[in-house]
Design a protein around this ligand. Structure first.
Ligand SMILES: Nc1nc2c(c(=O)[nH]1)N[C@H]1C(S)=C(S)[C@@H](COP(=O)(O)O)O[C@H]1N2
Ligand SMILES: [Mo]
Length: 330
């Protein structure tokens, strides 16, 4: 009961954001595995923003670097950015409003340029502490200079082999490793070098650091799914540590309120900046009744998720995702 109300609280805490409805949960056919693929197709990738997506025409778009720059450079066009050395990288994005990550999480292959290569062109004054991103939809957010200069911090212009779709930030968005979606701004039009900045969500009480916490999501079975007694059931999902703990080592499942844990098979993975997908086949017992399914991950640095919510120790992990299901007689 405690756990169930925790999940509900999480949903309420994200009320400030526009939550998409997951149609897959409404459909009556249950997928065998969820997520079904390591890379989330663009049309299934979650979409979240403060208002409508900004519609930008490539010809009209310019990226201006301003603030405490060493020297002025003309605004970048998309072609001038594409002319720079590119990187391709798999990254999982996750919303801060959904820390366990049952819906607002997706993984894609992105192409773009290193932010530090762009900032190198203008130079950075010694006093600069933060890099601020101003977006065409009115959103704005800042990240520490140190993070901006990290080699894995990318301005992305392609998602899964196509130009960034409008909803995901065309023409350019930031991919900021290890940080929740709030720190991955879309539709960037201006980058400002500054000493401080209070970002859109921080003004509304959200965590300014936004480090992704270790979490494990159960995709199948879905809540309240009827499971046939004596059958075989595939329990599956994803786990992600944001790259903060050297990646996921093992994922375990419990079907007896945490008494015993079963190691699952990690069947798809990439770098620690991408989620891992796991599965475990359960020989469902012959007796019917309600069941709670728990999943937890252990990282390569040795941290294991604990039972209870965001206050869980270790502090960099969220509590178990729990799915309530019902075992029914055949
Ligand atoms: N410009 C802009 N960028 C934004 C936002 C926004 O409202 N405006 N929302 C952020 C949040 S809260 C999340 S979770 C991610 C979601 O990215 P996606 O829609 O590509 O999945 O975008 C981030 N970038
Ligand atoms: Mo988000």
């Amino acid at each position: 009961m405690k756990r169930r109300s925790f999940i509900k609280l999480t949903a309420i805490s994200s009320a400030g954001m526009v939550l998409p409805i997951n149609l897959e949960l409404l459909a009556d056919k249950t997928p065998l595995l969820k997520p079904l693929t390591l890379i989330t197709p663009n049309d299934e990738f979650y979409i979240l923003q403060i208002d409508k997506p900004a519609k930008i025409e490539q010809e009209n778009w310019r990226l201006v670097i301003s603030g405490m720059v060493e020297k002025f450079v003309p605004p970048f066009t998309l072609d001038s950015i594409k002319g720079m050395e590119s990187v391709e990288t798999m990254r999982t994005l996750k919303c801060i409003g959904d820390p366990i990550g049952t819906e607002q999480m997706g993984n894609a292959l992105w192409k773009g340029v290193r932010l530090r290569d762009v900032l190198e062109k203008t130079g950075i004054k010694d006093e600069v502490k933060v890099v601020v991103f101003i977006c065409a939809d009115g959103y704005h957010t800042a990240i520490p200079l140190e993070d901006a200069l990290h080699q894995d911090t990318i301005l992305a212009y392609e998602m899964n082999g196509v130009p960034l779709p409008t909803e995901h930030g065309f023409p350019i968005r930031l991919l900021n490793p290890g940080h929740y979606g709030t720190k991955n701004p879309k539709w960037i039009v201006n980058i400002q070098l500054a000493t401080e900045h209070e970002s859109y969500w921080e003004k509304r009480g959200w965590d300014p650091i936004a480090n992704i916490k270790l979490a494990t999501v159960i995709g199948t079975p879905t809540p309240d799914q009827e499971i046939v007694a004596g059958s075989k059931l595939m329990i599956s999902g994803a786990a992600f540590d944001g790259g903060h703990h050297n990646g996921i080592k093992i994922v375990e499942v419990s079907v007896d309120y945490g008494e015993t844990w079963h190691e699952t098979e990690i069947w798809a993975k990439d770098s620690p900046l991408a989620w891992v997908l796991w599965k475990w086949e359960w020989n469902v017992p012959r007796n019917s009744g309600p069941v709670e399914i728990y999943a937890r991950a252990t990282t390569n640095s040795g941290i294991t998720q604990d039972e209870i919510g965001i206050i869980a120790e270790p502090v960099d992990a969220v509590g178990y995702h729990t799915v309530d299901a019902i075992v029914v007689d055949p």
